[in-house]
Design a protein around this ligand. Structure first.
Ligand code: GDP
Ligand code: MN
Length: 388
């Protein structure tokens, strides 16, 4: 679960990581009021679940309350697409209004999991700011990592070692030392998968401050943090994924493909997606209805897949066990009737009541081809999409 910058900063503040004064606003008037309480320039920051806002126009430095109000008017109610958002337009429902800082240096600091080393890792770079991706690619030696034994926590001498390389003023060095320790404490106690401060700024007055903050909590640990559940902002999620979630269906939207995939079980999902690629195309999404879906849930599943505008063909690959194939067929037919479209379908149905299912589907008005197995399904997909 990803948090907004303003929520993450609240957590940082509670754990003694210094942040500039700031408040969140949902209206231009509210934004103006906050800007009035700030003496001087304020920064207006779009609250969306995507990084790279600076380059996309989602971060604006303003001279005073009047300009702050104008910027909020423009931002609120609009959407933001950044180089990190994978084509998605995120709605801006809130802006964060922050006291502007006089920055002298920008560092990068993060704690995340290193799955190769099987432990948390602290990542630091002197080249913070908006181009960290480029730094990682072109000058990886400028990114320093400290691996952490989770039973002991980060060793102070390793942090001191890192800081000694930077040749900072002692005062600044001490502040960053505490920030790193506090950040690790948040990472550990909140079961984060990522906590990132970019930039970690040092101001002209030699104060270290978190100017941006990103926190992602491990979804599988949310049950341990019921107080964090309220921080979930569903407006930032893909709406079809959200709908699927509320029907207990696992739906994932994928970029660049044409085939909508309806499957039951994760293994079948992988094999089904592979076969779309063997057919010379790619999956647009996949939806796992689970092992024991009802007719209504299959209907909902069909509607979600069919509502994806990238889908030109639907591949159904179901293995009937507890889920009977005829029940699935009825759900598909209902979904088709309700969503009123003519997306062609290739269907592989095996297991319980698969013959009954085929009879039902044949009688329907669906544009449908049956395949006995996945290789023949791949051929059908090629035919229907006209791939030579
Ligand atoms: P991101 O682009 O989504 O990562 O958004 P950030 O919050 O990191 O802001 C992008 C950039 O805006 C930062 O790297 C800073 O250079 C700049 N910025 C953010 N806050 C301030 C501020 O208070 N003062 C100044 N001068 N620049 C800021
Ligand atoms: Mn940033």
């Amino acid at each position: 679960m990803q948090l907004h910058e303003y929520q993450a900063k609240n957590i940082l503040n509670e754990h003694n990581v210094p942040i500039p004064f700031g408040k969140v606003a949902s209206s231009d008037l509210e934004c103006e009021e906050i800007a009035k309480s700030i003496n001087g320039r304020s920064v207006i920051k779009a609250q969306v679940h995507a990084g790279g806002r600076g380059k996309a126009g989602g971060i604006k430095v303003t001279e005073g309350p009047e300009e702050a109000k104008k910027v909020a008017q423009e931002m609120l109610g609009s959407t933001l697409k950044t180089f990190q958002s994978g084509g998605t337009e995120f709605p801006i429902n809130k802006v964060y209004v922050e006291e502007a800082s006089d920055i002298s240096r920008e560092f990068y600091l993060a704690v995340t999991m290193d799955f190769d080393e099987k432990c948390p890792v602290i990542i630091f770079s002197t080249e913070g700011g908006m181009n960290i991706e480029e730094v990682a690619e072109k000058t990886p030696e400028k990114i320093i990592k400290i691996h952490v034994n989770p039973l002991i926590g980060p060793s102070p001498y390793k942090i001191r070692n890192l800081l000694s390389l930077l040749k900072l003023e002692k005062k600044v060095s001490q502040q960053i030392f505490s920030i790193i320790q506090n950040l690790y404490e948040i990472f550990n106690s909140l079961d984060c998968t990522l906590i990132e401060i970019n930039p970690l700024a040092v101001t002209k007055k030699e104060k270290a401050l978190a100017l941006d903050a990103k926190i992602t909590i491990d979804d599988d640990s949310i049950f341990r943090h019921s107080d964090l559940e309220d921080l979930f902002d569903k407006t930032q999620m893909n709406q079809a994924e959200l709908k699927a979630l509320s029907s207990d269906l696992a739906y994932i939207k994928l970029d660049g493909g044409k085939v909508g995939c309806m499957v039951n079980g994760a293994g079948l999902a992988m094999a089904t997606m592979d076969i779309t690629i063997k057919a010379g195309t790619a999956p647009a999404n996949f939806l796992d209805v689970g092992g024991s879906a009802s007719e209504e849930r299959i209907e909902e599943a069909y509607k979600i897949i069919a509502s994806d505008r990238d889908v030109e063909i639907i591949l159904v690959n179901l293995f009937g066990g507890i889920l009977r194939c005829d029940v699935a067929a009825k759900g598909i037919i209902n979904g088709f009737k309700e969503s009123n479209n003519s997306i062609p379908m290739v269907v592989v149905l095996r297991g319980t009541n698969s013959n009954d299912a085929k009879l039902l589907l044949e009688k329907s008005a669906l544009d449908i081809s049956f395949a006995e197995d996945l290789p023949s399904a791949a051929l059908e997909i090629r035919n229907k999409l006209g791939i030579s």
